[in-house]
Design a protein around this ligand. Structure first.
Ligand code: ATR
Length: 280
């Protein structure tokens, strides 16, 4: 990295931040496109968030990504927030505009849909989607599916009240399913997405009988450690198209990089390999 005095600066706010793959990912693109710029991990405590965030225009930052636990605080502290990020209730990408305003958006929904479209022939209108989980990741995914035109989104969550809250908020195209009925909810589904931590290294396995899932359905696990989760292995063995979780991470980064650094970056095999090397 060889920066000039005019270097474009972006970064990521989180607490902790050491686990984040984003500096490596954006660093790869900065090198590839020869950008005079930097993407910096910013470890910011929750109590310091608002002060640090509001200082970004004065420091000349082009913008930032936001990760746990700051995504809701970022929404509250932006000058403008787009409609989709408002519905998701979280901001993960911020652009400082020419007037020094902090403009918030959420690219997780874009990343999720773009990854599915690139990796499969899935299209939203084809039929019902089943989402396992009702946490923060599920919020972005449910909004993404509804905005993409899914006719029905079934949400199965261990804590039923959280799934019910989604239905109250997101309306009649969403339904809540009991966790114990998750296997039944798979009938006539065209997409199954795991947004829970089940199946992740160090977590419990996801116990799910896939026998009712149509063979034409696409199965996506947003867990990417391991990349081939037991769910994806089971689904592939019975002939379903499977999509791993790494792509969502890579595609959600595209819009921010383009806005801050002026180049639309490509997600390709070399980038996947580079980010994967760090996951091993
Ligand atoms: P994130 O913001 O990353 O989505 P989260 O809000 O902690 O994380 O959500 C984790 C999801 O995994 C939740 O849907 C959680 O279910 P609860 O709402 O009942 O907590 C789900 N989850 C975690 N451990 C689980 C387990 N052992 N069995 C079933 N679901 C589990």
């Amino acid at each position: 990295m060889n920066l000039s005095g005019k270097a474009r600066i972006a970064g990521i706010f989180g607490w902790p931040i050491a686990h984040s793959r984003s500096p490596r990912l954006h660093g790869f693109w900065l090198d590839r496109y020869g950008v005079d710029g930097a993407y910096i991990p910013l470890a910011v405590r929750p109590e310091a968030f608002a002060t640090a965030f509001r200082a970004l225009p004065a420091l000349g930052f082009r913008g930032v990504n936001i990760t746990v636990p700051h995504k809701e605080a970022a929404l509250a502290n932006c000058d403008t927030v787009d409609a989709q990020a408002r519905r998701i209730g979280a901001v993960n990408t911020v652009v400082v505009d020419d007037a020094g305003k902090l403009c918030g958006s959420n690219t997780d929904a874009f990343g999720f849909i773009e990854n599915l479209r690139q990796a499969s022939d899935w299209h939203a209108a084809a039929g019902p989607a089943v989402v396992l989980g009702a946490g923060g990741a599920a919020r972005a995914i449910v909004v993404a599916l509804l905005d993409a035109g899914a006719p029905e989104v079934r949400i199965a969550n261990r804590t039923r009240a959280r799934a019910d809250a989604f239905v109250s908020e997101f309306g009649t195209k969403t339904t809540a399913e009991d966790w114990d009925d998750r296997a039944d909810a798979l009938s006539d589904a065209t997409l199954l997405v795991n947004t829970t931590t089940l199946g992740m290294q160090g977590h419990d396995p996801l116990d799910l009988d896939l026998s009712r899932l149509p063979n034409a359905a696409v199965v996506n696990d947003i867990v990417y450690t391991p990349l081939q989760t037991p769910l994806l292995k089971d689904a592939a063995a019975r002939g379903n198209t499977t999509v791993d979780g790494l792509g969502m991470l890579l595609y959600q980064a595209q819009p921010g990089f383009e806005k801050w650094f002026g180049v639309r970056p490509e997600v390709d095999a070399a980038l996947r390999r580079f980010v994967l090397d760090d996951l091993k």
